[in-house]
Design a protein around this ligand. Structure first.
Ligand code: ATP
Ligand code: MG
Ligand code: MG
Length: 579
């Protein structure tokens, strides 16, 4: 069969190409290097890199670094790393700041064309000019709007040369502020340049005290990089008019035509509910915060904590890059917002893992079982395929001895009629073993905790079609720490919590991470470790993932050492019905 139609060959994305059917498609992914990318950005990456790939064009990574107050080196590195993890390679890496000189020249050119002016009005005054609260009043220009071109040039240079503090002067574009028919706020004389207080820039140092705004920078950088289709999210829909306006003033675009210059089009964001995506809020989770006297400790271990929905977190949690991309593509691209809840993502990931990862037997809370009539001839190696359905190639050899571990939750001191697992006088099957076992007695410690179960072989129980449980041979068991995850918050809508005064902390679920320090896994994990490189933080997607039968999907975490393997739950085996 032909397989599914690519999202680029139909619908919204097809039209974006048809509106500008160029030979050499050039797109860009333009993150601000002021934080880690989140799952929403995966859509932006899929759209921009994917579109270029589909049309045999190229996609650039452009760091939109025009805000020196918020940028940090670690974000630059992490953004590139994540793009590579998702399987894309930027054709070129550029920085908006590479164009600062040219942007400055174009700003002066705009002033010379009487299309920009230096304004000294306060924020409040500018709001009044724009019709006041709700923009209901009439709009008007200030005295600076009418000042001579030469004066604006002089003042703009003075801004550049440090005469003004932040907030004391702006370069504003002379758009349609005074046209009563202009209903688009993006045309109400937007700022093009501002004076910045913390002006040290990671690339241009202390050269600049003034920095261009997004509205001034983005379209010009697109033009300078010969971008053909400039795709962004729908919050920028109203900005398309100012994008085109500025390029037209600079003779880069022709009014009402997409022949020349870049073309902006807007698609709907991808939002994931049930979690927090805002950088500011994640920062509070990562670093903790103080509200008055109340100290709120960190809620997660870092930006890559598997409970978060940053891409570094999803990667660490073990979500395969290809599964994530496929999920985002399956949601489709239109101009509508896509809102999903985590279970939908998890269902898709589960489906992918089901077909791609080997099985292992893991026991989270081990209790020892002695099979008392176990004979030397029972001591054996059992060959078990990685996938009972045969979809995943390969097999491993499991050891079976007189002592095995089973999970504490698979044993009861007293069975009732419906109970189908191990209990005194009750038989249960052991996965991959020919004979079931029947418990005969058990021992407890002073706290009433079962410490040992005695059992015998019970081949006769096969006739009763027993339930089967996973187990691990004691002699060859590999100790592991297993971390299981669920939602960080008790509510399904954490964005509606009180993020101002710290009320969100009361909604944190103390059991969002459960750590099983004494878990054990079959020795087959060692073979998997040998076959893979343990490199979850690099740009490869070569994580060790497996299905722990009857438990969950897991991956091997970067915290693993020679002595102790650490596992992260990727997703549960079934959708959690409790929530
Ligand atoms: P946020 O405020 O959510 O952190 P942002 O818009 O500030 O995101 P940028 O670094 O500017 O982040 O984003 C780079 C690109 O990714 C932009 O083109 C932006 O439109 C796109 N993008 C950001 N968030 C989403 C999302 N939730 N869904 C789809 N695309 C997104
Ligand atoms: Mg942005
Ligand atoms: Mg933002």
């Amino acid at each position: 069969s032909a397989g599914p139609v690519s999202i680029f060959a139909e619908g919204w994305l097809k039209r974006v190409y048809e509106e500008k059917p160029v030979k050499n498609v050039r797109t860009r992914f333009p993150p601000e290097p002021n934080g880690y990318l989140h799952i929403g950005h995966c859509k932006a990456i899929a759209v921009n890199f994917g579109f270029a790939k589909h049309h045999k064009g190229v996609c650039l990574l452009r760091y939109d670094d025009t805000n020196p107050e918020k940028e940090e080196e670690k974000y630059f590195t992490s953004i590139l790393d994540i793009i590579k993890w998702l399987g894309f390679e930027p054709h070129e890496i550029t920085y908006s700041s590479d164009n600062f000189d040219r942007l400055y020249e174009l700003a002066e050119e705009l002033i010379q064309k009487n299309k920009a002016y230096v304004c000294h009005c306060s924020r409040e005054e500018v709001n009044r000019q724009r019709g006041g609260p709700d923009n209901r009043g009439s709009r008007y220009g200030c005295e600076h709007r009418e000042r001579p071109i030469e004066e604006s040039i002089t003042e703009f240079r003075a801004m550049r040369d440090g005469k003004y503090q932040a907030g004391e002067a702006y370069l504003r574009m002379k758009q349609s502020l005074t046209d009563p028919k202009e209903g688009n706020p993006q045309m109400w004389d937007l700022p093009a340049y501002r004076v910045v207080k913390e002006n040290h820039h990671h690339r241009t140092g202390n050269k600049w005290r003034i920095y261009p705004t997004y509205d001034f920078t983005h379209c010009i950088c697109d033009a300078m990089e010969d971008i053909t289709q400039s795709m962004c999210t729908t919050e920028f829909q109203q900005s398309r008019v100012s994008y085109d306006w500025l390029l037209e003033q600079l003779d880069i675009k022709v009014p009402k035509s997409e022949e020349k210059g870049p073309m902006q089009r807007e698609y709907g964001r991808l939002n994931v509910g049930g979690t927090i995506l805002s950088k500011r809020r994640i920062l509070m989770l990562v670093e903790g915060t103080k509200v008055g006297d109340k100290v709120i400790p960190p809620a997660v271990r870092g930006w890559d904590d598997p409970r978060l929905y940053t891409l570094v977190a999803l990667r660490r949690r073990g979500i395969p890059a290809q599964a994530l991309l496929k999920f985002v593509e399956e949601l489709g691209v239109t101009d509508a917002l896509t809102e999903i809840q985590p279970p939908r993502l998890e269902a898709s990931i589960r489906k992918h893992l089901e077909r791609t990862v080997p099985r292992q037997m893991l026991v989270l809370e081990p209790v020892k079982v002695v099979i008392e009539d176990f004979a030397t001839e029972d001591d054996q190696e059992i060959t078990v395929p990685y996938d009972p359905k045969g979809g995943i190639p390969g097999e491993r050899k499991i050891k079976l001895g007189k002592e095995i571990y089973i999970d504490r939750t698979d044993f009861r001191e007293v069975a009732d009629a419906d109970y189908r697992r191990l209990a005194p006088n009750k038989a249960v099957g052991l996965l991959n073993v020919a004979f079931p076992i029947r418990a005969t007695s058990f021992e407890k410690d002073d706290n009433g905790k079962v410490t040992l179960i005695k059992a015998v072989k019970a081949p006769e129980a096969l006739a009763e079609k027993p339930a089967y449980i996973q187990w691990v041979d004691v002699a060859s068991a590999v100790p592991v720490t297993a971390r299981q995850y669920k939602s960080l918050f008790k509510t399904e809508s954490p964005n509606t919590l009180d993020w101002k005064t710290g009320g969100w902390a009361d909604d944190l679920d103390p059991n969002s991470e459960i750590i099983f320090e004494n878990a054990v896994i079959e020795r087959g994990i060692k073979t998997l470790l040998k076959e893979h490189t343990l490199n979850p933080s690099g740009s490869s997607d070569d994580l060790i993932r497996f299905q722990a039968v009857r438990t969950a999907y897991f991956c091997v975490d970067v915290d693993s050492t020679e002595e102790k393997i650490v596992l992260n739950q990727i997703v549960s085996l079934r959708e959690d019905k409790a929530k």
